[in-house]
Design a protein around this ligand. Structure first.
Ligand code: PMP
Length: 457
């Protein structure tokens, strides 16, 4: 086994970490975090520290760590057939079975699933399918995609453009011109504090209408949104938001992509976020919870309406010119089948709803009246605490004070609980595995209250 010093040195010298402060890490100013093993909701680092992972990795290890059923399914698949491609009609029992299992769970207007590897490439696929669709229909100008500020849809070129967070655009020459952004349904951060939720929804609709008017409906192909904004701050929409937005999209013949990378397969206490909010999407993006991250796999579920047009296109033009070497990778597919079976067997969607509601309730009881806690919000097994300098005037802290990162670092140092400081604003995010127990939720809440006390008093 490598000594810690050696591992640290190799890490700094060789490993280009994603979403990491490159200079600090290379200098050794930030610690190497080497994770060795994990079980249930706990991960263990190389020094034997047990950490309670209240963010399920990157909200993806939904069934919890150490599930032998999934590990065995992966091993069995690797031994029998580690790889074959899925071009020109090829498949494996695992990929075909998983397609059926996904469609059995998806909203009834869905027709087929295209497999990728991660959420970013799935959204990249979606944009290409939407362009292909409009080209087949002869609508060559109808190509722009509307996304929301604070939406997160990946970090590729088009998907990084769809992502509505400054950090993902700055110095990358993004967003691309085909992407336009509209208001986030973020009631707590509304500009006009006198607005009711209903008025704020009307404002979001008016902003969307104005954008469509400005750009021209015949230039806009689709709208993409997460049922609950995730990386942008864990923000459930105000009541009535999705119904009102969908009415506008229908009127202008704009497709709707529901990005369910975080919400798909149970995080909101329903199989899909679309079920929860009555979203009738034309395409649904899935990733993380599809395999609970036991292997990389994503998918674009396309509706009957979209599929019928895509089919016509290939009758005219030959095979669709879009494919990844690893589309429907058998090992990912085997992990997906075992994962979805486990979610059913253990009724984890129900647990996500019940324990998630408990986590949100107890977090509110513990911290709701703290003078620097402006908002506590969540849905299912998602929860966020947003910090403010002054509650009455809703004044935010200076970003330079790094209150969110300080609280998450304190939470880890004091009580070995992992929550995520969300990238824009002082927001502490929680997205535990669905198998979290109420006792573990109590631990998370008590540790959070203690960390807030240490940092803010
Ligand atoms: N969409 C959403 C809603 C996400 O949360 C993420 C990842 N956090 C992505 C897309 C991108 O997925 P990936 O990182 O697997 O490319």
């Amino acid at each position: 086994m490598l000594k810690n010093d050696q591992l640290d040195q190799w890490d700094r010298d060789n490993f280009f970490h994603p979403s990491t402060h490159l200079a600090q890490h290379a200098r050794g100013d930030s610690p190497s975090r080497v994770i060795k093993t994990a079980n249930g909701v706990h991960i263990e680092d190389r020094d034997g520290n047990q950490l309670l992972d209240a963010f399920a990795g990157l909200y993806c290890v939904n069934v919890g760590y150490g599930r032998q059923d999934i590990a065995e399914a992966i091993a069995a698949q690797a031994k029998e057939l580690a790889y074959y491609h899925s071009y020109v009609g090829h498949g494996t029992e695992a990929s075909i079975t998983l397609s059926k299992m996904i469609l059995d769970r998806a909203p009834s207007n869905m027709s087929k699933v295209y497999f990728g590897l991660g959420g970013s490439d799935a959204n990249e696929t979606n944009v290409k399918l939407i362009w292909y669709y409009n080209n087949i229909l002869g609508r060559h100008e109808k190509k722009k995609i509307i996304s929301r500020w604070r939406g997160y849809h990946g970090s590729g070129l088009v998907t990084g453009s769809l992502t509505g967070l400054e950090l993902f655009h700055k110095k990358f020459d993004l967003p691309l011109a085909q992407v336009v952004h509209t208001e986030a349904p973020y009631y707590f951060r509304r500009d006009d504090l006198s607005q009711t939720e209903e008025q704020f929804v009307a404002h979001c609709v008016a902003e969307l209408e104005a954008l469509i008017e400005r750009e021209g409906a015949d230039t806009i192909a689709a709208f993409i949104g997460e049922p609950v904004l995730g990386t942008g701050g864990i923000v459930p929409p105000p009541a009535g938001y999705w119904a009102a937005i969908q009415a506008v999209l229908k009127k202008h013949d704009i497709l709707l992509v529901a990005d369910e990378v975080v919400t798909g397969f149970g995080r909101l206490g329903t199989m899909f976020g679309s079920d929860h909010y009555g979203i009738e999407a034309d395409i649904i993006t899935i990733a993380k919870g599809l395999t609970s991250a036991y292997a990389p796999l994503s998918g674009s579920i396309v509706s009957d309406k979209v599929w019928k047009v895509l089919e016509q296109g290939t009758d005219e033009n030959g095979p669709i010119g879009h494919g990844w070497t690893y589309s429907a990778h058998p090992i990912g597919a085997a992990a997906g089948v075992a994962n979805l079976k486990l979610i059913d067997e253990l009724d984890l969607v129900t647990n996500a709803g019940e324990v998630g509601a408990y986590l949100n309730k107890t977090m509110t009881e513990a911290l709701g009246s703290h003078p620097n806690v402006g908002d506590i919000r969540g849905e299912g097994m998602l929860c966020a605490v947003e910090f403010v300098k002054d509650k009455d005037s809703r004044t935010f802290f200076d970003a330079a004070d790094k209150i969110g990162p300080q609280i998450s670092a304190t939470l880890l140092a004091q009580d070995k609980v992992i929550a995520r400081a969300m990238p824009q604003g002082d927001i502490l995010g929680f997205a535990p595995p669905f198998c979290l127990t109420k006792a573990e939720a109590d631990t998370v809440v008590a540790a959070t209250a203690a960390a807030v006390k240490t940092v803010l008093g």
